[in-house]
Design a protein around this ligand. Structure first.
Ligand code: NAD
Length: 272
């Protein structure tokens, strides 16, 4: 396991741990917190990208280290947390952005190995990281956690492993919020719409997502930017959200409302 940078812990700074911080929404989140003066620990399975993002944040004047993490393995999550807490007395916020996507497939055709892989990262991984850091936050009597849901948390989708997993994360978030609230720890989730991250771009390049259909189905007529998801995550971890716990906030350019509205049985003629 790569070690935390030696210069790392500073008493006067808040610390955020971002799993999946090497790419996409997690990367944007790492940058957002660093710009606000937090010290950032990126935990990610991708060493090359994790190191690169930490270096970029450092070059921009922020404090960030990369520590290797595979959220699928309980001992790896434990070791990761020990490495972090060796250097940091306190972790003020945890963002669980480590995850994998799924291409469309019918439930009856789903390969159960794919189901297991997706659940191992997205659901079990999120659970493990929540457990380990949740224990430390309870001991500290403070902290904020943000988990990563999706539009599939709320709507049927031909992603029969990814979608139930993202629904499970909403339930996990609510259970944790109820359990950890009395201990001073808030737990929320964001549900991003379509974000043009490297993972999403790869699906588009393979012809597995139609960007035109995405744009057409949002009220705002565009993709969500990773930085816009990061902004809501940052808010949820800030004092501004001090009474907010157990919520799952869509950040979707109005995809949820627009798809429901567009499905109404008769359409209104445009008078304008
Ligand atoms: N991109 C979207 O449109 C979108 C929409 C809704 C939700 N999400 C969710 O947001 C999260 C981030 O997605 P993204 O689009 O930024 O993807 P991404 O691939 O750009 O980033 C995901 C990161 O997770 C890391 N990761 C994967 N497996 C891991 C493991 N076992 N242990 C540790 N790290 C691991 C990857 O290395 C990568 O750096 C995921 O949970 C995804 O389901 C994405």
């Amino acid at each position: 396991m790569a070690a935390c940078g030696e210069i790392f812990y500073m008493d006067d700074k808040k610390t955020v741990v971002v799993t999946g911080g090497a790419s996409g929404i997690g990367e944007a989140t790492a940058h957002r917190f660093a710009r606000a003066g937090w010290q950032v620990v990126i935990g990610d399975i991708n060493e090359a990208r994790g190191e690169k993002v930490a270096t970029q944040i450092g070059e921009a004047g922020g404090a960030c280290v990369y520590v290797k993490l595979d959220v699928r393995a309980a001992d790896a999550v434990q070791e990761f947390a020990e490495t972090v807490y060796l250097q940091c007395d306190r972790v003020d916020a945890l963002v669980n952005s480590g995850g994998i996507l799924q291409n469309a497939v019918r439930t009856i055709d789903l390969d159960m190995d794919e189901f297991d892989q997706i659940f191992a990262v997205n659901v079990r991984g999120t659970m493990l990281v929540n457990q380990v850091f949740g224990r430390h936050m309870i001991a500290a009597g403070a902290g904020s956690i943000v988990n990563m849901c999706s539009l599939t948390t709320f709507r049927a989708s031909p992603q029969p492993a990814y979608a139930p997993g993202k629904a499970a994360i909403k339930s996990m978030t609510e259970t944790l919020a109820a359990e950890l609230g009395p201990k001073g720890v808030r737990v929320n989730a964001v549900a991003p719409g379509y974000v043009l991250t490297p993972a999403m771009q790869a699906r588009i390049d393979e012809g597995k997502r139609d960007p035109g259909a995405v744009i057409e189905r949002t009220a705002m007529g565009r993709f969500v930017r990773a930085s816009e998801v990061a902004e809501v995550i940052y808010f949820l971890c800030s004092e501004g959200a001090s009474a907010v716990t157990g919520t799952t906030i869509p950040v979707d350019c109005g995809w949820l409302v627009s798809t429901a509205y567009g499905a109404y049985a008769s359409q209104i003629e445009d008078a304008t």
